[in-house]
Design a protein around this ligand. Sequence first.
Ligand SMILES: [Zn+2]
Length: 98
Amino acid sequence: MRLDFCAACGRIVLRGFSFCPYCGTALKTGSGLEEALERPFERLDAMQSGERERRVDELLAELDALELDMDEFLHASEPPHTPSSGQALGPAADKQRA
Ligand SMILES: [Zn+2]
């Protein structure tokens, strides 16, 4: 980004110009626009990387929750340890008996 502001008319001019092409005012070099333009981007980068980290944390938390759900589901689908008085066996048991 090699741009500068003309202090007189406020237009953007290429850095390195000695005079503003719009109003002819002598430009002082190194007015700091480059820094002013780049600093917010650095901040944005920092914000985005922070956002990414937070998102990853959220995803990991979701994954943990999912694993817990999965555990619960798997355990819930297992047959209970003590079926109530053999009724859970159903018709198949009747056939075997007959
Ligand atoms: Zn100017």
